[in-house]
Design a protein. Structure first.
Length: 416
């Protein structure tokens, strides 16, 4: 049986490993870190004395690759959420609250009901979404959608920032287009929000490792591949911590590592080189909020530093995307600023609880026209090497959905 060597144990690597194993390859996954999952993992925080996710990820039912991944590893039931399409928001400037509730079908009947749409937004504003279907290659989100009206400020801008992790003035509109087309434009049935009931590792990583192990794959943490040995236009060996690992004549390699690691392992590879940060702030406090927020499990915030608040068991967790502007501020300053938003958004009247500020400086590539041109496809000039990662040319921004699709695409290079 031919071997498949997967370098990197994040979602892209695991997705590739699943496909290659299913296709009959003997798979080994090498993960440099002590745990698998990359930017999609959970861990025990000693300061908070509880498990937290390193970041917050909200999936939608229209994320077809993510849904198929969860089904394959038997983890669909580990995902929670309201069970219906609903998105609660608060505008901190005036305290106004609303819940966007798209109707199930493609025909947007929900727009006929004022109580289900963005307050202050006229029906005509929603037609602006159609302009995403005819954008130029380098048009930004702001170029296409920012008309200064309520719909943009209260829905489209926060959606774009969350999906592209890049300021709308620079974010590429054509990367937002498939996100909108595969979810919002398909109706509420494709917009049901989901997130792990317990943690990212428990839903998306541990079940995948279990699935692979049950089928004979080897998943090895703490195994950094420092070099790939190339001869005759193929990978012939991998340099591991215990010496070289031979790559047989019929073996294949999938490199599913961050872009900067990929360029170091494969000199000359063109990859994105500009990044955007994500800031996550975890407060150890019981979840609060009104009925809609409790039902949804999260809250969108307009007009604050906080952008999305997630209610988790014993923890209130906040995500701020496109956070390069904030990343060099001290954890104390950031925690205080975000806590002020949380108390207002959730109607809390208590001092700041124990907190953990997590800064991911290179969370995703900057979703700009220049960086999009630097995203390689899964195929390489080496006969037995394919690339995976949300930074590859998936046609999507750097999301869970994009990472999983990239792993599947890399495996398909070798017929899996």
């Amino acid at each position: 049986m031919s071997q498949a060597h997967v370098i990197g144990g994040g979602l892209a690597g695991l997705a590739a490993a699943l496909s290659l194993t299913q296709a009959g390859r003997q798979v080994t996954v090498y993960e440099a870190g002590p745990a698998l999952g990359g930017r999609c993992r959970s861990y025990y925080d000693r300061g908070l004395e509880c498990r937290i996710d390193n970041g917050n990820h909200l999936l939608l039912s229209g994320n077809v690759a993510a849904m198929a991944y969860l089904e394959q590893i038997g983890a669909t039931a580990t995902m929670g959420g309201p069970g219906v399409s609903m998105f609660p928001f608060v505008d901190l400037a005036g305290g106004e609250r609303w819940v966007i509730r798209p109707s199930p079908g493609r025909v947007p009947l929900w727009l006929m009901q004022r109580s289900r749409r963005v307050p202050g937004a006229g029906l005509g504003e929603y037609l602006s979404l159609l302009s995403l279907g005819r954008v130029s290659d380098d048009a930004s989100v702001a170029d296409v959608l920012d008309d200064g009206r309520a719909l943009y400020r209260r829905l489209l801008e926060p959606l774009a920032v969350a999906a592209l992790n890049t300021p709308p003035s620079a974010a590429l509109a054509r990367l937002l287009r498939p996100v909108v087309e595969e979810t919002l434009m398909k109706g509420g049935a494709a917009c049901v929000p989901m997130f792990p009931r317990q943690g990212l590792s428990e839903s998306m990583i541990d079940p995948a490792v279990t699935w692979l192990a049950a089928r004979g794959a080897s998943v090895q943490a703490g195994r950094r591949i420092a070099q790939m040995v190339i001869a005759d236009e193929r990978i012939v060996a991998l340099e591991g911590p215990d010496g070289p690992i031979a790559v047989g004549a019929q073996d294949v390699v999938v490199m599913a590592v961050p872009s900067w690691v990929a360029s170091a392992l494969l000199p000359g590879l063109v990859v994105p080189e500009e990044y955007q940060a994500i800031l996550n702030v975890h407060f150890k406090v019981p979840a609060h909020g009104d009925g809609a927020v409790r039902q949804a499990g999260f809250l969108g915030v307009i007009g604050g530093t906080a952008e999305w608040i997630f209610l988790k068991p014993g923890v209130v967790s906040v995500t701020v995307s496109a956070a390069n502007r904030l990343i060099d501020e001290s954890a104390e300053v950031l925690a205080d600023r975000v806590w002020q938003d949380v108390t207002q958004a959730l109607n809390l009247t208590r001092p700041m609880p124990p907190v953990r500020v997590v800064k991911e400086r290179r969370a995703t590539f900057a979703a700009t026209a220049e960086q999009e041109e630097r995203r390689p496809g899964p195929r390489t000039d080496l006969r037995n090497l394919a690339l995976a990662g949300d930074w590859t040319a998936t046609g999507l921004p750097a999301t869970i959905e994009g990472a999983i699709r990239s792993g599947r695409a890399a495996a398909s290079v070798f017929g899996a």
